[in-house]
Design a protein around this ligand. Structure first.
Ligand SMILES: C[S@@+](CC[C@H](N)C(=O)[O-])C[C@H]1O[C@@H](n2cnc3c(N)ncnc32)[C@H](O)[C@@H]1O
Length: 245
């Protein structure tokens, strides 16, 4: 079973935070991104529906459950610009056009497995940005590996009576999130693995095609110590001219 197939149904009940979503959008809008916006790994669409008030959003996610949830939320709003949602893998954007801005939020980036995937992802994003287009993303910080060196455990019950157990642990450069959903007489498990990269390493990879406009911790901290996430804002360098046919 793919990740977020079951978690997607309960994602908002577990982690939805309207204040945090507002803050994400405030941070993004403070950089004045242009009208055409591609959101990768849009999840349940909380940031998407806020961005769609000012931008024509194209949003994708690997999980069909998440895409369906995000689309139905956007359809329930009355003041959004035209939007489109699709199931898709952010590592392959060949079906997509060229945008003023591309974003990948809330540690979705950390589902990329290794440096090779990260560089290919950065190259793919660059290929789908206009000259000067903005690329926003965040990543778990290295501090989180220490934080979850000791298991974090949470358990609870959803409104429909389904129970959940959620364990977060870390080893080497990986953060593991293990979910168990207990339905009436049936248990469904989801095992997530995210990789954490050093900010210097990410900077080096980004600099091939981007100018890094900002790298800070948790939205606005200059220091990258004692923070949960690194926040990157990058600007696409001019694309090389295509050779004449
Ligand atoms: C932690 S959630 C964040 C969702 C959303 N960005 C938000 O702001 O809440 C991570 C999301 O990444 C998606 N995801 C993971 N790997 C992906 C991939 N290769 N391509 C597209 N989406 C992916 C998952 O399906 C999930 O919805």
């Amino acid at each position: 079973m793919s990740i977020y197939e079951t978690l997607g149904r309960y994602y908002d009940a577990l982690v939805r935070d309207d204040g945090a979503s507002d803050r994400w959008v405030e941070w993004i809008e403070s950089w004045n991104p242009g009208p055409e916006f591609l959101e990768l790994a849009c999840g349940s669409g909380e940031i998407t529906k806020r961005l769609a008030k000012k931008h024509r959003i194209t949003a994708l996610d690997l999980s069909q459950t998440m895409v369906d949830e995000a689309r139905s939320k956007a359809e329930a709003e009355s003041d959004l610009l035209p939007f489109s949602f699709a199931q898709g893998d952010m590592r392959d954007l060949s079906a997509y056009g060229v945008y003023d801005a591309i974003g990948c939020f809330c540690d979705s980036f950390n589902y990329l497995e290794d440096e090779k995937e990260v560089q290919a992802f950065f190259d793919e994003v660059y290929a789908h940005l206009k000259d000067g287009g903005l690329f926003f993303f965040d990543s778990h910080s290295m501090d989180r590996l220490d934080e979850f060196a000791e298991d974090y455990e949470e358990a609870g019950e959803f409104e429909d009576g389904t129970q959940v157990q959620w364990i977060i642990s870390a080893q080497d450069r990986q953060i593991y999130q293990d979910f168990a959903f207990y339905f009436d007489g049936r248990t469904v498990e989801e095992h997530h693995c995210q990789t954490v990269f050093a900010p210097e390493e990410l900077k080096t990879m980004l600099e091939k095609n981007f100018e890094i406009l900002s790298l800070c911790g948790d939205f606005d901290q200059d220091e990258l110590e004692d923070v949960e996430k690194y926040f990157f804002v990058c600007r696409a360098k001019p694309h090389p001219a295509k050779p004449e046919a």
